[in-house]
Structure formats: structure tokens, C-alpha cells
Design a protein around this ligand. Structure first.
Ligand code: GAR
Length: 197
């Protein structure tokens, strides 16, 4: 059984879906948040899953912050990581500890409307401002390029004339809830294969 850590900064609706999904050969073993007020932490408690809040501002540097996260991941024997609404960018120092073992869900059709500064509702605002007619959700591997790793799964939605950032967020969130569990199972399968090599 692989141990999976889910990183979430806010509501945690994606986390909730993962907590309710039975995975083959893997389980959610830890929830990490940079935000002590994240509702995601509450969701973890409700499912009796260990959780920890590690605010970035408690640490003098990004590396010190990430070293603290790594220490907790080691304590919980974490094999792979899912970024599910984690609003901080992890540095190459952190990522190299989990090569091809971190996935992320992003609320647009990568490579559009992604990268630094594109997160949460800001993505949907930018999409509507540009006037594109479709958007969607992407699940991808995390490498040192922000939102630049290999795409695992993507789904599109069309944008209606009366669309608002909030209505688009709702539509795309529903897509994410379908895509992310599939992405997590692929992550588990690939991690197990890599272990065997
Ligand atoms: C999701 O839409 C996720 O794609 C997005 O934050 C939301 C979190 O929702 N992530 C990013 O924007 C990261 N770049 P949730 O807390 O309800 O799961």
C-alpha cells in the first residue's frame, strides 16, 4: 500500500473526493496545508486522517519551510504527493525529493492560463477576460517548471455567453472531481512500477 500525501490550501473539495475514493494499492495517509484555517484540515479530521498546518511565514526561507514539510512526509512514510488546490509553488529542491511522484490539478487547459500567478478564481477571470470559448481542467505531473510537467488527463467545458468566473469555477471543479481520482490511480500505478525497476 502506497502512502499518499495531499497538499491543500483552502476548501479542499478535491481532497474530499479523494478521501471518499478507494484506491488500488494506495491510501491518503497525510494532509498538509500551508494555511491553518483551511477547511481541508477539517475534512481530514472528519476522515480521521493525520493532518498538519505548516505556514510559510513561520520559516525564514523557502528551503527551511520545505525541509519541515519533508520531515513530516518522512515520518509518515509518504511515497507520493497530490497537490489539490495547493496555492504555493514548490521549489526544485523539494521536487527533486519526489521525481515523477507529485501530481497537480489545475483549473484550465494547460498550457493556457497556467504558470505563476494563475491560481484559483484568477484563472477563470483571465479566461473570461481573454474571451476564449472553452476552458477545462488538467491533471499533470509536477516538475521544476510551474504547471509544465507531463499532462495525465484533461477535460474541456464550453463557456456560455452569461458565464461568470464563479459559474465557470463551479463547472470546472465538477470536472476536476472526476479527473483527479483517475490521475491519483495513475500516479500510484506508475510509482509502483518505478519501485519494481
Ligand atoms: C481547484 O480548482 C484547483 O484546480 C485549483 O484550486 C482549486 C481548489 O479547490 N488549483 C490551482 O489553482 C493551483 N494552480 P478545492 O480546495 O475545493 O479542491
Amino acid at each position: 500500500m502506497l502512502n499518499i500525501a495531499v497538499f491543500a490550501s483552502g476548501n479542499g473539495s478535491n481532497l474530499e473526493v479523494l478521501l471518499n475514493t478507494p484506491f488500488k494499492n494506495g491510501k491518503i495517509a497525510l494532509v498538509v496545508s500551508n494555511n491553518p484555517k483551511a477547511y481541508a484540515l477539517e475534512r481530514a479530521k472528519n476522515h480521521q486522517i493525520p493532518s498538519i498546518a505548516i505556514p510559510r511565514c513561520d520559516y525564514p526561507s523557502q528551503q527551511a519551510f520545505e525541509e519541515c514539510i519533508l520531515k513530516h512526509l518522512k515520518e509518515h512514510h509518504i511515497d507520493c504527493i497530490v497537490l489539490a488546490g495547493f496555492m504555493l509553488i514548490l521549489s526544485p529542491f523539494f521536487i527533486q525529493h519526489f521525481p515523477n511522484k507529485i501530481i497537480n490539478v489545475h483549473p484550465s487547459l494547460i498550457p493556457a492560463f497556467c504558470g505563476e500567478g494563475f491560481y484559483g478564481i484568477k484563472v477563470h477571470e483571465a479566461v473570461l477576460q481573454y474571451g476564449v470559448k472553452v476552458s477545462g481542467a488538467s491533471v499533470h505531473f509536477v516538475n521544476e517548471i510551474v504547471d509544465g510537467g507531463q499532462i495525465i488527463a484533461q477535460k474541456a467545458v464550453s463557456i456560455s455567453k452569461q458565464e461568470t468566473p464563479q459559474s465557470l469555477q463551479k463547472k470546472i471543479s465538477a470536472l476536476e472531481h472526476k479527473l483527479l481520482p483517475k490521475g491519483v490511480q495513475i500516479l500510484i500505478n506508475q510509482t509502483i512500477q518505478a519501485k519494481r525497476k
